[in-house]
Design a binder for this molecule. Structure first.
Ligand code: SF4
Length: 330
């Protein structure tokens, strides 16, 4: 199974920028980006991020807003903040060299067991396993294991199995091969068993249990959210708003002020868009509004030039809304 899967991976793997040149820093950045974002979206942003922050010290000396700006469109912005915090820790605690000890890597902000295993196996060639949704699905089907992919006891079982199977030679390729198989062949809906390199030993394939392994999850209920946001211009500057830590969505990020946050009189509608963030379905309307002369600016608000605004409005929701407004979609 190992030989077949590794051979397949070396021939069939997708060409991704983080696979072209490997280093602890490059692998770490890619793994953090890939945590909750698709490989295709990460591929589009990865090189741009690395051009701006080519190494740990460039990342550690950047401001949080600069890092968030280059993270724009990847979502889950806490990852970007943790990335910068971890870079600062590597500079101060490890003399600027990314640690190769599992516990030291695990102790860095934003790094869990999966990411530590990925960095150590791929960049340091150490035999640590990784388990993500793809690995859970592949092992569940391959070995005919029943369980829900989000059940902690089932996940623990898969981790134990992964630890016994990770080879001493090329552990990084093995881990990536499992994840690649899950992402491109052993997919959730309709696995392509006909081209699978390990179909000959797969229990689910033999017993035709592919759609029942792992046990399907109940669908999470979608929450509808409606926002009315304001486009407030003064002296060719736009009013932006720092969302609080307590917000349900896009917390602690810059955005356009919402009607519930700011006392302004709504005017003409400029645009309306739909946008999904996790299991929230947002309907967002953008309206012109005026800022009364002489009124003091709340602490959360700031005027920025139109050119600089996109550096602050990093969520793809704002970019979508501004694009719709400039195209006159309302
Ligand atoms: S044979 Fe099918 S179900 Fe089994 S691992 Fe391959 S793709 Fe997945």
């Amino acid at each position: 199974m190992h030989a077949r899967l590794l051979r397949w991976y070396r021939l069939a793997r997708r060409d991704m920028p983080w696979r072209r040149r490997v280093s602890p820093y490059r692998t770490w950045v890619s793994e953090i980006m890939l945590q909750q974002t698709t490989a295709a979206s990460v591929a589009a942003k990865y090189e741009r991020f690395l051009r701006r922050f080519p190494d740990l010290s460039a990342l550690a000396t950047a401001t949080e807003d600069e890092v968030l700006e280059r993270w724009a469109g990847l979502g889950y912005y806490r990852r970007a903040r943790n990335l910068r915090r971890a870079a600062l820790e590597v500079m101060s605690r490890h003399g600027g060299t990314f640690p190769s000890d599992f516990d030291a890597v695990l102790a860095l902000p934003g790094i869990g067991r999966y990411t530590a295993g990925a960095i150590l196996s791929i960049a340091f060639r150490r035999p640590y396993p990784v388990v993500d949704g793809n690995v859970i699905r592949v092992f569940s089907r391959l070995f005919g294991l029943r369980g829900r992919a989000k059940d902690p006891a089932f996940i623990k079982r898969i981790w134990s199995l992964a630890a016994t199977l990770v080879p001493k030679k090329d552990p990084g390729d093995w881990n990536q091969a499992l994840m690649e198989l899950g992402a491109t062949v052993c997919t959730p809906g309709s696995p392509s068993c006909g081209v699978c390199p390990v179909a000959n030993v797969c229990v689910a394939h033999k017993k035709e249990l592919q759609d029942r392994l792992p046990t399907p999850e109940k669908r999470r209920e979608v929450i509808a959210v409606r926002w009315v946001c304001f486009w407030i211009l003064r002296n060719e500057k736009i009013l932006i708003w720092r969302r609080s830590q307590k917000e349900r969505l896009l917390k602690d990020l810059w955005g356009l002020p919402e009607a519930r946050q700011i006392a302004a009189v709504p005017g003409r509608r400029l645009a309306a868009v739909s946008h999904a963030i996790t299991h929230h379905a947002l309907s967002v309307e953008l309206r012109e509004a005026a800022w009364p002369e002489g009124r003091k600016l709340p602490q959360e608000a700031r005027w920025v030039s139109a050119k600089k605004a996109t550096g602050y409005l990093v969520s793809s929701l704002w970019l979508k809304l501004l694009k719709a407004a400039s195209a006159g979609v309302g």
